[in-house]
Design a protein around this ligand. Structure first.
Ligand code: ATP
Length: 514
């Protein structure tokens, strides 16, 4: 645990020190759970967004992208169920006065039991050596099976209570498990209450006639209300998808895991419209497809797992999360939901407008069913950033901090470094930049010894460092250093463009998905 906490601290300090993420309004002591992306962070975030967008919209000829407004007609949120049901169960500890999400307290309790399972696995792996079979161990070891059964029972009970809105039972479960406040250590809890997460605002200058609005808590509704417009103007045939990325706002009860849980965040969502009764097949396909997208980034298969929901939202007939192993444990990164025809039907009812599709293949008109994929851009950022950030001990015993970012996502693709600040080397370096800048985000650094400059680029994840030296003047070659292996090779300037593109270009990475 201490190791995990250290890792998380390192992530926070590195994000700030190297210009990735700053606390919002920091000069005024910040705003809780609101963050700004700095120069390197904005570049990394843009690259993640583009990788998602191109994988969705460019690689699928039946998916189009839109960009709907953050403000929406307030009836949208009545229809979607957010006004009545977008609540989290909150509970306060009377001694520390700290507020918690009741479901998260219970989930954290289960995560601790899971930690015990992991310990058993580690112990057994050590004991059995090469002969160790993890899957077999997990399915046969009595102690592990006992732990797992306990987790399953607790989560399924919690799911049932929340589904039935039985908040008294949720509190009773917290008491039965003897969950204590992590701050005060006491079990002196208030009752569990529901808390609506939407931020309200007003449209119009005159207070008496101003319209009450909400900042959207998800981007999905902007897609549903545009379903008919996009389907007609894009002449889309079912099955088809509409994708969008954009800000969403939630007044989170507890927001203390850096950019994991923010009050203003960004989502990347895709709603896939399908014929009724085909939704489970599409749900499985999108689960597989989305996991493949994540795995393509090479952050390690062992860092992902599916978690099927016990408690289904009011609109869903199936739902699963793709969980990622963040520095504080496995947590939701992406949700995949089979939303039935709930949303379109609700908007039909509240707007009085038809949101149907005439299926020429079967000559039937129907309200389509929807399978949605919804991933948080900020959580993706944290997943990529925290996994890529590594301290590596080198052969000489020194330690280098390196961000082994998937190169397609790196803020800068290559740094150009003149060995010295004279003899015409900076001029040659600038000519190289001027040639490559049309294809890649480049950076230039001439300060300090070249070794230190390498380390600076390692720390922000630049895949290549290109050094211009005196030999360059004679034969038009440079040394190119690879971030991960630190190998250097001498190559002709004329080969740089293809070399870099082969490794970092979007098309190279997108091809892995096809
Ligand atoms: P959680 O259970 O963690 O609160 P959720 O199930 O409410 O998340 P969804 O409504 O399914 O989340 O939203 C889809 C995705 O949006 C999530 O998988 C997550 O990546 C992202 N997301 C949701 N809430 C936040 C937040 N407060 N900060 C950052 N990202 C978020």
């Amino acid at each position: 645990m201490a190791k995990q906490e250290d890792k998380f601290k390192k992530v926070l300090s590195h994000a700030k020190e190297y210009g990735f993420v700053f606390q919002s309004s920091e000069i005024y002591d910040g705003l809780s759970a609101v963050y700004d992306y700095a120069q390197n962070g904005a570049a990394l975030k843009n690259n993640i967004r583009t990788y998602w967008w191109q994988a969705m919209v460019q690689l699928n000829d039946n998916i189009v992208g839109i960009d709907s407004a953050i403000f929406m007609h307030p009836t949208t949120w009545k229809a979607s169920g957010h006004i009545d049901a977008f609540n989290d169960p909150l509970i306060d500890n009377k001694d520390s006065k700290k507020r918690y999400r009741a479901d998260v307290l219970i989930e954290d309790y289960c995560a601790k039991i899971e930690g015990k399972i992991e310990k058993e696995v580690k112990k057994a792996a050590k004991r059995f050596g090469d002969a160790f079979n993890k899957d077999e161990f997990l399915s046969t070891n009595n102690r592990v099976l006992g732990y797992q059964e306990k987790i399953d029972t607790i989560l399924s009970r919690m799911g049932k209570y929340l589904e039935n809105e039985d908040l008294v039972a949720v509190k009773a479960l917290i008491e039965e498990l003897e969950i204590a406040c992590p701050v005060s250590g006491s079990r002196n809890w208030t009752d569990v209450k529901q808390f609506n997460l939407m931020f309200g605002t007003k449209l119009g200058a005159d207070a008496s006639s101003a319209m009450d609005l909400y900042l959207r808590p998800e981007t999905a509704q902007g897609i549903f209300v545009n379903f008919a417009n996009v389907q007609k103007t894009g002449r889309m045939k079912i099955p088809f998808g509409i994708a969008q990325t954009g800000k969403a706002f939630r007044n989170e009860i507890v927001a203390r895991q850096f950019i994991f849980r923010m009050r203003e965040f960004e989502q990347m969502e895709m709603q896939f419209f399908v014929r009724p009764n085909t939704q489970s097949e599409w749900y499985e396909k999108w689960k597989e497809n989305r996991l493949k997208w994540h795995l393509s980034l090479g952050l390690g298969e062992e860092n992902y797992r599916f978690h099927d929901h016990d408690k289904l939202a009011h609109y869903a007939d199936a739902a699963a999360d793709i969980e990622f192993k963040f520095p504080f444990g496995f947590k939701e990164l992406e949700g995949i939901h089979s939303r039935t025809d709930f949303d379109l039907k609700a908007h039909e009812k509240h707007s009085g407008k038809k949101l149907q599709y005439f299926d020429h293949e079967i000559n039937v008109s129907y309200v389509p069913y929807v399978v949605e994929t919804s991933v948080g851009l900020d959580r993706m950022f944290l997943a990529v950033f925290s996994t890529a950030l590594q301290d590596e001990t080198l052969a000489d015993g020194s330690v280098r901090t390196v961000m082994k970012l998937p190169s397609v996502l790196a803020p800068y693709k290559a740094a150009i470094l003149p060995l010295v600040k004279k003899d015409g080397l900076p001029e040659i370096a600038k000519t190289i930049i001027n040639d490559l800048k049309f294809d890649f985000q480049m950076t230039y650094d001439e300060k300090d010894a070249v070794g230190r400059r390498y380390r600076r680029q390692d720390a922000i994840g630049t895949p290549f460092c290109i050094t211009v030296d005196h030999q360059t003047k004679e034969d038009n070659t440079v040394t190119i250093r690879h971030r991960d292996t630190m190998q250097q090779e001498r190559v002709a300037i004329s080969t740089l463009k293809n070399m870099i593109a082969d490794e970092v270009s979007m098309s190279t990475w997108l091809k892995k998905l096809d």
